[in-house]
Write a protein that binds this ligand. Structure first.
Ligand SMILES: [Zn+2]
Length: 236
């Protein structure tokens, strides 16, 4: 069997057989990959820490005909403190859910972005919604949806009041709005622009008013559903 070393983060795992786990990894080199980890439900198992969600490390995988078996894990970071803050934990779970849904193909940019987002969430004092909003904004940008233009995408007039046209995922003016449009408040638009232009390492210093980050999250989540046709787990 061929063995390879891959950088990956654990997205989820299911129990299989008596003591094994089937683990879904998001890998830098190959995108999403299903692997088996043998004996890891045993408390004394050497690899048991490598099966936990959020675990980021170097995995040695033996690739067989019918299964990929992990034989060693060198943990880089398990983002352990995410599990002690319920808001951060769920925000992290949404990031993993997004990777699970869009990560079929290798995408080094997305991988690095996800690690940066989880690091910020775990180690920085950033307000709720900021990290997930930033992650969403960058994902849409990388998928080619330039939805933060200040021009109406239909008539190209400069935007005053703004609506997101969910059919196309772009902003339109009041004259061009259709039944599939949702209004974007100034607070929400301001928040989206700030998340677009602020790096993860500066997010902790951002202060927004008017609950723009909550509205932004709701719009971004709805836009994800419309663009990709998949529902994500929701933050409460
Ligand atoms: Zn227009």
């Amino acid at each position: 069997m061929a063995s390879s070393k891959i950088k990956a983060i654990v997205l989820k795992s299911n129990n299989i057989k008596e003591r094994d786990k089937q683990v879904t990894l998001y890998t830098l080199e190959e995108g999403k990959m299903i692997v088996s980890m043998r004996g890891v439900r045993n408390d004394k198992a050497k690899l048991k820490a490598g099966k936990e969600i959020f675990c980021f490390g170097e995995f040695v995988v033996e690739k067989g005909k019918n299964s990929n078996i992990v034989t060693a894990v060198d943990i880089i970071d398990n983002f352990y403190s995410l599990s002690s803050n319920i808001d951060k934990y769920y925000e992290g779970c949404v990031i993993l859910d997004i990777l699970d849904k869009i990560g079929l193909e290798p995408n080094p940019q997305l991988f690095i972005e996800a690690i940066k987002a989880l690091k910020t969430l775990c180690y920085e004092d950033v307000k709720k919604y900021y990290v997930i909003d930033k992650f969403f904004v960058d994902i849409f940008k990388s998928l080619g949806f330039d939805f933060l233009s200040n021009k109406c995408s239909s008539c190209h007039s400069t935007l005053g009041s703004k609506y997101l046209n969910l059919d196309i995922g772009e902003l339109v003016c009041p004259a061009c709005k259709t039944a599939s449009c949702v209004q974007i408040s100034d607070a929400c638009y301001g928040a989206l622009r700030i998340f677009e232009s602020t790096d993860y390492d500066k997010l902790a210093s951002v202060k927004l008013g008017g609950m723009g980050e909550v509205q932004a999250y709701n719009i971004l989540n709805t836009n994800f559903e419309w663009r990709l046709g998949m529902k994500l787990i929701k933050l409460i």
